[in-house]
Design a protein around this ligand. Structure first.
Ligand code: G4P
Length: 531
């Protein structure tokens, strides 16, 4: 029987990712949440673009320059007995693979939407990735203090474009300069909005729809509109179904303004009530209960040089079961069940790291990694080896030939490209029989090239030459012992190898893929690397 401390600790964990289009307010919302947990002393204008102070969750240089999140950071805080782990995700679809990996490590997701913009073009793919995982999705519709779209329109856009049902938990009263607050559908009360500069203590005035003071509080017109909206909602919208929420089929929706710290607390409380503690995970030995006394975890993220002063590489693990203690021996399954102790286990408060002595299922820990772990690896208690389901890689859609400008920098070039590829930030290939003087880099989104180039320059001190290639499709050759040079291929099809020496073909069009299959009987091509 697992001891009761273990059960309590795991039961109070909530681990979620927060996703949004850039500028929708993810950083601001994260900060307010951290503020509730007392994890940071002050929130408000902590964001970097207008001042030189930067949001605690924005640590990479390029994020500051471009105002987008390109890496996922991890933060932990306590709130009313809960131990909450928030995983930040990149806010751009070009990094949706990174988001997908992060979603593998969480039990639910919060989607932040700008009330003036709704579901935005660039984020459609990102949000769909979330829907694909079938995890509970909570929606926070932000910036009601600005002119906003009609809330009914926002809900139907989420439903139509993402294919997920919605259930508004509260409802906005007016918007922009006329924003008066939100109506809580469960308690049937109004939470009145009083701007206060975004600090924690918000003056709350709660009143029901029938309250005689309501006209004065929110204005006659808003009162009438609200009564009409609520009648419509109660009659027509789905009621909350926690089981559908748990399956990722229905998203509870909250309205508010993160910047003004309005609606954040009701959101957090509703979210905590509806989300579950860490869930069981599928492995090759069956489902693994988080409450098992045997420790298990998997690698979902690797990042080199997070702190330039340290020149290190951190591997992030999601603990799936049991308890981790600092000096315990573990087995690295994909490393041939190698026994080891994890070096400098740490937890994150954004860029602040803290060495930890213990952590539980649901937690994310970072460990110092000399280069042995890969994404998807399982680590667990020795003698209790199992493997968690792998994390799929997305097929790259953009390719470039990359060389270093300065031949003296060969060593750094090889190190940089290899390490960044191990992190999963790019995929690298080579032409058969070529050395490491140049590589072919494949990415899912073009912005990944910019990040790659920037990191090569700032972290590895290498200037690169990037020559775009016209290929859009990649296929692994699955036939054993085939010599690709013997294949009958169209002239614009390219043969390359990955770094495990598997052969692949790069195509410029789907037509060329069909051509290759027709002209080479028995050829087996696959979109994913099975090795
Ligand atoms: P992100 O992480 O999703 O990219 O968004 P972030 O929190 O950085 O917010 C983007 C901008 O939106 C910030 O403005 C932020 O202050 C503002 N914002 C966030 N929540 C609200 C809200 O509820 N109401 C209003 N009115 N604004 C909000 P900024 O720092 O001035 O940056 P920018 O405007 O120069 O991009």
């Amino acid at each position: 029987m697992p001891d009761s401390k273990l059960i309590n600790e795991i039961n109070r964990r909530r681990t979620f990712a927060i996703i949004s289009h850039p500028d929708a307010g993810k950083t601001t919302l994260t900060e307010k949440l951290l503020l509730y947990g007392g994890a940071i002393a002050m929130a408000g204008s902590v964001k970097g673009k207008k001042s030189d102070r930067h949001a605690v969750s924005d640590w990479m240089e390029i994020e500051k320059q471009r105002g987008i999140s390109v890496t996922s950071s991890v933060m932990q805080f306590e709130y009313e007995g809960y131990c909450i782990n928030i995983l930040d995700t990149p806010g751009h679809q070009d990094f949706s693979e990174d988001t997908y990996r992060t979603l593998m490590a969480v039990d639910s997701a919060v989607m932040v939407i700008d009330a003036a913009k709704g579901v935005e073009n660039q984020t459609r793919k990102l949000f769909k990735v979330c829907v694909m995982r079938h995890i509970p999705i909570f929606t926070f519709i932000n910036k009601l203090d600005r002119d906003a779209k009609n809330p009914f329109e926002l809900l139907s856009q989420i439903e139509d474009e993402l294919g997920i049902a919605t259930c508004p938990m509260n409802w906005p009263i007016g918007n922009g300069v006329d924003f008066k607050g939100v109506y809580d559908r469960e308690t049937k009360t109004v939470l009145s909005y009083i701007p206060n500069g975004g600090q924690r203590e918000v003056e709350k005035v709660e009143a029901t729809l029938l309250d005689p003071s309501m006209d004065r509080l929110i204005g006659e017109a808003n009162h009438a509109q609200l009564a009409e909206d609520i009648e419509l909602l109660d009659g027509a919208s789905d009621s909350l179904d926690p089981e559908r929420v748990a399956r990722g089929e229905q998203s509870p929706v909250y309205f508010g303004s993160a910047l003004n710290n309005f609606g954040v607390e009701p959101f957090l409380e509703g979210f905590l009530k509806l989300t579950s503690p860490p869930l069981p995970r599928v492995s090759d030995k069956g489902e693994v209960s988080p409450f098992s006394e045997d420790f298990s975890a998997f690698v979902f993220k690797i990042q080199a040089n997070m702190n330039k002063a340290h020149r290190d590489r951190l591997t992030f693990l999601r603990i799936c079961s049991g308890k981790f203690t600092r000096d315990m021996e573990i087995s690295h399954v994909q490393g041939g069940n190698k026994r080891m102790r994890l070096s400098q286990p740490q937890q994150m408060m954004a860029s602040e790291r803290e060495i930890i002595n213990e952590a539980y299922a649901g937690d994310i820990i970072g460990v110092f990694d000399p280069g042995i772990f890969s994404i998807g690896d399982t680590i667990c208690s020795p003698g209790k080896e199992l493997r968690f389901e792998g994390i799929p890689t997305f097929a790259p859609e953009h390719f470039a030939r990359i060389r270093h400008k300065d031949t003296m920098k060969r060593k750094q070039f090889v190190k940089g490209t290899t390490q960044i590829a191990q992190e999963g930030a790019i995929q690298i290939f080579k032409e058969p029989a070529s050395g490491m003087e140049e590589v072919i880099v494949g990415v899912v989104g073009m912005l990944q090239f910019d990040v790659f180039e920037h990191r090569m320059r700032t972290e590895y001190n290498v200037e690169i030459i990037n020559e775009g290639l016209p290929y859009q499709y990649i296929r692994w050759i699955d036939n054993e012992g085939i010599d690709p040079k013997e294949l009958n291929l169209s002239s614009d099809t390219k043969i390359v190898q990955d770094f495990k020496d598997n052969y692949l073909l790069l195509f410029t069009s789907e037509w060329n893929i069909r051509w290759a299959l027709e002209k080479n009987e028995g050829l087996i091509l696959s979109e994913f690397n099975k090795n």
